[in-house]
Design a protein around this ligand. Structure first.
Ligand code: ADP
Ligand code: MG
Length: 268
């Protein structure tokens, strides 16, 4: 069991236009805990600060204030501790086309994190792990995919590779930043179902970032609503959807009028 904890985290960006500088509070005093075995959806419109939270968790950005801990230990600030931290906390990005290097095979993409985090394994053992990761994301038989390059895969298949790569270090926490928003509508539900299955089988804690309330409700235990850098509402998924406390959440719910129908549309 692992717990990722954000305690009063803020991120201020300094913007320059000409001689003036101004400040933008992309994330404003955010606190929450994510346990392994749990999925929390982070919902909000574009620009509300969702990806900045992901970057802070991944230590791509440093908080301007507040602290991040995993199992009570502060997230490391230096390279030495960062590798161990990144073994436990992994990320799936929005764009499956940008996240894979076109010059490298799938085998290469999946072997690298295995080599980094499990240096004692032999080449043969690494290959076995690559195949088992491909099976986990349902790209079977794995041998058919290992030698391919990213351009020989569809968008959905690439996103499955990105998921397999994130799982390679055997993380406890997975941050999925709009993992299906760039995929064809017809294949979104398949990828989300895959993620949900892996969340259970690997006992992962998943932060599912999305602007889609219907899938947020369907795939998450809790929902957090973000607005202008702040988490304005956080509760059990059904509670937030059926009995929103904040006007903004009501507005979001109205914009996605019938979650059941949206899901059926996705399924068909
Ligand atoms: P979301 O993922 O919800 O769309 P982001 O976290 O990407 O939102 O962005 C939140 C706000 O922070 C936006 O106003 C965005 O323009 C700003 N922002 C994000 N990254 C930077 C950066 N590196 N420098 C300056 N402003 C940024
Ligand atoms: Mg974003």
């Amino acid at each position: 069991m692992s717990t990722l904890s954000l305690d009063h985290v803020s991120k201020v960006y300094r913007l320059r236009n000409g001689l003036r500088t101004s400040q933008l509070k992309a994330v404003d005093d955010v606190s929450f805990e994510l346990d392994s075995g749990q999925t929390i959806a982070l919902v909000g419109q574009s620009g509300s600060g969702k990806s900045t939270i992901a970057k802070l968790i991944l230590q791509i950005e440093r908080p301007s204030a507040g602290s991040l801990t995993i199992d009570g230990h502060p997230a490391p600030r230096h390279a030495a501790g960062l590798r161990a931290y990144r073994k436990s906390v992994q990320m799936v990005f929005q764009d499956p086309f940008a996240s894979l290097n076109p010059y490298h095979t799938i085998e290469h993409h999946l072997s690298r994190p295995i080599q980094l985090h499990f240096p004692a394994l032999t080449a043969a053992q690494r290959h076995e792990r690559v195949l088992s990761l491909l099976e986990k994301v349902r790209l079977t038989p794995g041998e058919d995919f290992a030698g391919r390059h990213p351009h020989e895969l569809s968008g959905g298949q690439r996103q499955r590779i990105a998921i397999a790569r994130a799982l390679a270090p055997e993380p406890r926490i997975l941050i999925a930043d709009e993992p299906v928003s760039m995929l064809d509508v017809s294949i979104r539900l398949g990828v989300l179902n895959l993620l949900a299955g892996l969340q259970r089988s690997e006992n992962l804690g998943v932060l599912y970032i999305t602007h889609d309330l219907a899938t947020a409700r369907h795939f998450s235990d809790e929902i957090m609503v973000m607005y202008k850098g702040r988490i304005i509402e956080h509760g059990p998924a059904d509670e937030v959807i059926l009995h929103p406390r904040e006007d903004y959440t009501k507005l979001l719910a109205q914009a996605a009028p019938n979650p059941e129908r949206r899901l059926q549309q996705l399924e068909s």
